[in-house]
Design a protein around this ligand. Structure first.
Ligand code: PRP
Ligand code: URA
Length: 209
């Protein structure tokens, strides 16, 4: 089935996105705001997590109520994806975390995998792959390929800012994966950066430049 691109256009998300785009924003505020945006996005995205009914004894009676029936697994693409984990974990009870390390070769822009540690139960889990930036789409596509090879079936890709080039690449390589963005930007520049974008998300999160 052909999956979709959904841009989560919401005043709170747009306001916070403007904060992280601003080059004067400190690393601390950048990190806090990335987490907040990720949480807001996840609240909307996870509407279709599987639930089941259980009996719960309220102070008044036994009643049938809803509970989650599926593991939520958050998979940050290191490093920058780490910045979105706590914001989602805060609203997703008992979420498990898988880590996939990818970096872009600065010359070729090709993704290089350097770390992979995933929880068990990928086959039945509801998986959110998170990374603030979807630029060429190379890192996201390689991550999706790896997860599928390990048995993952229900995967959503959650990024803050995307370029049309990256969206196209993921849609072509992984038509079964929904893509969620807080903003779809204009294009990539000649260095492979998203414009207007927000710069290097990993460096801004961790203060490495
Ligand atoms: C950034 C970003 C994505 C990737 C996007 O990571 O966090 O993972 O680039 O680019 P792509 O769509 O062209 O693959 P980077 O390689 O800079 O590593 P970092 O997170 O460790 O800073
Ligand atoms: N990675 C980033 O961190 N920023 C971009 O604009 C592109 C890739």
């Amino acid at each position: 089935m052909e999956k979709q691109l959904k841009v989560l256009d919401h005043p709170l998300i747009s306001h916070k996105l403007t904060i992280i785009r601003d080059k004067r924003t400190t690393s601390k505020e950048f990190a806090e705001t990335v987490d907040e945006i990720a949480g807001l996005m996840a609240y909307e995205i996870t509407r279709d997590v599987r639930t089941r009914k259980i009996n719960v004894e309220t102070p008044l009676m036994v009643s049938q109520q809803s509970t989650l029936d599926q593991d939520i697994i958050i998979v940050p693409i290191l490093r920058a994806g780490l910045g979105m984990v706590e914001g989602i974990r805060g609203i997703a009870p008992n979420a498990k975390i898988g880590h996939i390390g990818m970096y872009r070769d600065e010359e070729t822009l090709e993704p290089k995998e350097y770390f992979c540690k995933l929880p068990e139960g990928l086959e039945d889990a509801y998986i959110l792959v998170v990374d603030p930036m979807l630029a060429t789409g190379g890192s996201a596509s390689a991550t999706l390929t790896l997860l599928k090879a390990r048995g993952a079936k229900k995967i959503k890709l959650v990024c803050l800012v995307g370029a049309p080039e990256g969206v196209k690449a993921v849609q072509e390589g992984h038509p079964d994966v929904d893509i969620y963005l807080a903003a779809l930007d204009e294009k990539l520049n000649e260095d492979g950066y998203i414009v207007p974008g927000l710069g290097d998300a990993g460096d801004r999160l961790f203060g490495t430049k």
